[in-house]
Ligand binder design. Structure first.
Ligand SMILES: [Zn+2]
Length: 130
């Protein structure tokens, strides 16, 4: 009886708490996504298998830097004032929870939003004039 060789253990889903969701692409710094070559599903984060069809034919892709605000809320946080968070539907059928910032254009559901990268921080803000 032969011993089973040590095989690498794959992790089906990246650890979204420790993996950096920002990546550098030809388009600039974008949120990292994974696209399935079998079913076409796009997912947020780096993955080794498709969460829809379990295919291993997946590739790392930049997610779109624009989307639509699906829903949001404002949190009153001690010391930091008010923080807005919400779900953004990216232009690639990916919904993600994100920090939100608003300047002159107030947040509202269905508003077009765009990704802003500031150092290692990222958030979405309403598209000015939209
Ligand atoms: Zn798939």
């Amino acid at each position: 009886m032969s011993a089973t060789p040590e095989a690498p253990v794959s992790v089906p889903i990246a650890d979204l708490d420790s993996d950096d969701l920002l990546g550098s692409f030809a388009e600039g710094r974008r949120l990292v996504g994974t696209r399935c070559g079998n079913c076409g599903q796009t997912m947020i984060g780096s993955r080794v298998v498709c969460s829809s069809c379990v295919s291993r034919d997946v590739s790392r892709v930049p997610l779109p830097g624009t989307g639509v605000l699906y829903s949001f809320t404002r949190l009153h946080v001690g010391g930091d004032g008010v923080r807005a968070v919400g779900y953004v539907d990216l232009d690639d059928d990916v919904r993600t929870l994100a920090d939100l910032r608003e300047d002159a254009t107030p947040l509202r559901p269905d508003a077009p939003v765009e990704l802003v990268v500031d150092g290692d921080a990222w958030f979405f803000t309403p598209v000015t004039g939209a």
